[in-house]
Design a protein around this ligand. Structure first.
Ligand SMILES: [Mn+2]
Length: 366
């Protein structure tokens, strides 16, 4: 177990070092929580990871020293920060020791004040602003990551089959959301991947509507978009169900979204671009005359973050590769009327995908 953890950490660090070398960075300060977790497998976030060509450091304070010593693999040296000796002092010492002069930071993560303080404290440093170095490595999942995401998605499936028995007229959106969340926790989830969406009736036209006290009524559609975390990794799924009697327009829109969703699931394989994947669903919805009501992109990657690279959108020309994850979530939203979204999470393979969500997606009327 310890060796497996070490092997994972070493593999991930090697990829980061290759990126640092290419960019000419001698020292890489990792501040983004998910990137630190990825590179250390250590969960608490109140720390800083620093990578040099030869060594790896985790800097943290008294509160986390024992947990860090218990958890971290031997690749990491633990440095205790304290009042009077912080991260910037340690970096200044590294530079003084001749570890290099080029310091990489994560440009999307560090704040303006952090960057200013850093350049004030180490005036001789040159800075390399990394844009997604670790995130790009994280796009392709290893077997350990996939096993966590599979488990998270499995918990979501079980919560969905449970909630079907709880949905009836008179139950509020908030109750549905809460019951889904409690069930996922009961089943072993450590938390949510994002605030649960449960919207009904005309409110289903809000792609990311928040659950309210609105009661579910006969004739409503109910859209539930939810996910949980397992060992830090997220799940994500959406199902729309009907209550009582649905009219022809509701059924027709559901059928179009379902066909777009299933056709895309059939079409995806490694080698396609994000734009090509998005287009499969978008072309179907547009041909039916509802293109303008599908205003978001088709899908996103999932991992330590609920939304991460890659993206299946009309603007993404990046090529999908095996073991990338992507959600397939087309939707049609008719303002003030209703909306439908169906979402699965999948693993891209050479010639197809593995769909992780196993819940029914044919129209369920309760
Ligand atoms: Mn999603």
């Amino acid at each position: 177990m310890e060796q497996e953890k070490s092997a994972l950490v070493i593999k991930r660090l090697n990829s980061v070092r290759a990126g640092m070398k290419k960019a000419g960075a001698d020292i890489f300060i990792v501040n983004k929580a998910e990137n630190k977790q990825y590179l250390t497998t250590f969960r608490p976030d109140d720390n800083t990871v620093i990578i040099t060509p030869e060594r790896n450091y985790l800097l943290t304070d008294f509160r986390y020293i024992e947990a860090a010593s218990d958890h971290l693999t031997p690749e990491y040296e633990i440095i205790e920060t304290r009042t009077g000796y912080g991260v910037f002092d340690f970096i200044a010492d590294l530079l003084a020791d001749g570890t290099g002069k080029s310091v990489g930071i994560e440009k999307e993560t560090v704040s303006w004040s952090y960057a200013q303080e850093l350049s004030r404290r180490i005036p001789k440093a040159e800075f390399v602003a990394f844009d997604g170095l670790v995130e790009n490595i994280r796009r392709i999942k290893d077997e350990v990551e996939l096993s966590y995401i599979r488990e998270a998605e499995h918990i979501g499936d079980q919560a969905f089959s449970y909630i079907l028995g709880e949905i009836r007229p008179g139950v509020s959106e908030r109750e549905i959301a809460l019951k889904l969340e409690m069930k996922m926790r009961e089943l072993g989830a450590e938390g949510l991947s994002f605030p649960t969406i449960a919207v009904s009736g005309a409110r289903t036209s809000l792609p990311h509507g928040e659950p309210t006290d609105k009661l579910i009524e006969n004739g409503d559609l109910l859209t539930m978009d939810f996910g949980c975390r397992y060992n830090g990794y997220c799940s994500d799924m959406t199902r729309t169900v009907g209550i009582g009697h649905l009219d022809e327009e509701q059924k027709k829109i559901y059928e179009i979204v379902l066909r777009a969703q299933k056709t895309t699931c059939e079409a995806i394989h490694a080698g396609m671009t994000g734009r090509e994947i998005d287009a499969v669903a978008r072309d179907i919805i547009t041909a039916e005359g509802y293109g303008e009501y599908f205003g978001h992109s088709l899908g996103h990657g999932v991992g330590l973050e609920i939304h991460e690279a890659p993206t299946a959108s009309s603007r993404n020309e990046d090529i999908f590769r095996p073991n990338m994850l992507i959600t397939i979530e087309p939707g049609i939203y008719l303002p003030k009327k209703f909306g439908v979204r169906i979402e699965d999470l999948s693993i891209v393979r050479d010639s197809d995908i593995i769909i992780l969500s196993e819940s029914e997606k044919e129209l369920i009327i309760l």
